[in-house]
Design a protein around this ligand. Structure first.
Ligand code: SF4
Length: 214
């Protein structure tokens, strides 16, 4: 048997965390890739430990590995695709996990914490694919306008702020609960203006606190 290249003499190789428990939920860590480069993101400060869990991955897990890492989904209030990366960048794997969970445990509630840029990334409206599989979306809005969004989120693609808002509107047709969030306390972020912008588009809004996974 080959020794993992990450192993060092006298040390155990790092154990990758694909699934972790928080707030009575099971959070899933399926990629480290992102469409954004958020200035407040711990990984851009060399920190991969979130809420006591080291979320550094050495490779991206397959659907069967994710299912195995969850164990019994009935133990949790909700299964949450989260990060430290953007889960919809692995949309096929994510939906395969959701499909298996719903088939074997129909009462399982599934949420995606997302940047809301999947339609921009795939250059098509992928929100119909979420129907019947995803119960809730929490979309990181993070700013009340494009300038502040770019300042904090540093998107790799043009048009990300509008694309995120449009994704949320499209997703409401297929996902029972869609909520946009912004972090209170970041420079220039106007939480009231974020909420107003959401109300104008018929979207739900929730204020978040920095470094608290929700
Ligand atoms: S979307 Fe999340 S994981 Fe990606 S850079 Fe921003 S804070 Fe970090």
């Amino acid at each position: 048997m080959n020794t993992p290249c990450t192993a060092k003499a006298g040390k155990q190789p790092p154990k990758e965390i694909i699934a972790y428990e928080l707030h009575g939920n099971c959070y899933l860590n399926i990629t480290w890739h992102c469409t954004l480069r958020c200035a407040f993101c711990p990984k851009y400060h060399g920190e991969w430990v979130v809420q006591g869990y080291d979320l550094r991955l050495l490779r991206e897990p397959e659907a069967d590995e994710v299912i195995a890492a969850i164990g019994d989904p009935d133990m949790y209030k909700q299964i949450v695709f989260c990060g430290l990366g953007e889960p919809t960048l692995r949309l096929d794997t994510l939906l395969e996990v959701a499909r298996q969970l719903k088939a074997e445990h129909p009462s399982t509630s599934i949420r995606i914490n997302t940047d809301g840029l999947a339609n921009l990334v795939y250059a098509e409206d992928v929100t119909p694919r979420l129907a019947g599989l995803i119960d809730e979306l929490s979309i990181s809005m993070n700013a009340q306008n494009e300038a502040v969004y770019i300042q904090h989120c540093r998107p790799k693609r043009d048009g990300a702020f509008e694309a995120m808002l449009d994704f949320a509107v499209q997703a409401m047709k297929h996902v029972p609960s869609v909520t946009l969030t912004a972090i209170d306390g970041l420079e220039g972020v106007d939480i009231d203006a974020c909420e107003t912008l959401c109300q104008e588009r018929g979207l739900n809004f929730r204020r978040r606190v920095l470094d608290i996974v929700g």
